[in-house]
Design a protein around this ligand. Structure first.
Ligand SMILES: CC(C)(COP(=O)(O)OP(=O)(O)OC[C@H]1O[C@@H](n2cnc3c(N)ncnc32)[C@H](O)[C@@H]1OP(=O)(O)O)[C@@H](O)C(=O)NCCC(=O)NCCS
Length: 154
């Protein structure tokens, strides 16, 4: 079951033309992703990298933003979490405004990485996502090897 998080774009969250600040949405994405990772790992987690984050459509003042975070892949201590963000209209319909993939690492109280249980896709959709995530993980590793340790860290 994905982690769900709901917010309203209030005055303190929008810019001079009434659009939600991208950084504020990133904060909400991080919170939803971290809670999903914590629930999965049953431990504290730390954000190691943002693989990608796409703003697909703007959010306007007073709109409801619903975020859904779901594990898509695990390594030994790391987890990839997909966070999808939607604007919900009054009639209940919604459209997607953001998609992000974040990498969290499970840590002990001293901040040292600890292992997580392997992710087991429950159905065809999760298996397809897991296979895509394996590809992203391979690309991340190649990037880090090529560019050095800080290449894809957020
Ligand atoms: C993330 C962190 C715990 C990794 O520690 P480390 O000493 O590099 O540990 P390791 O090399 O054993 O890597 C642990 C896991 O993190 C993954 N990892 C580390 N850096 C990564 C990166 N930049 N991108 C993706 N994964 C990364 C490794 O692949 C490994 O995954 P695996 O166990 O599933 O194979 C450490 O770098 C850290 O604390 N960074 C700061 C995190 C932080 O403060 N976040 C908040 C941002 S304000």
């Amino acid at each position: 079951m994905p982690t769900r998080h709901v917010q309203i774009a209030m005055y303190s969250n929008v810019n001079g033309v009434g659009r939600l600040f991208g950084g504020r949405l990133m904060e909400w994405v991080d919170i939803a992703g971290a809670v999903e990772a914590r629930r999965y790992a049953h431990s504290d987690v730390t954000l190691a990298a943002v693989d990608s984050l796409e703003f697909l459509a703007p959010v306007q003042l007073n709109e409801v933003v619903a975020l859904e975070a779901e594990v898509t892949w695990t390594g030994r201590t790391s987890m990839e979490i997909r966070v999808d963000s939607y604007v919900e209209r009054l009639d209940g319909s919604r459209h997607q405004v953001n998609r992000a993939y974040l990498i969290y690492v499970a840590v002990d109280p001293d901040g040292r990485p600890v292992s997580v249980r392997p992710f087991e896709p429950a159905d065809g959709r999760q298996r397809a996502e897991w296979e895509e995530a394996c590809g992203r993980n391979a690309a991340r590793k190649a990037r880090r090897q090529h560019q050095g340790p800080s290449a894809d860290r957020a």
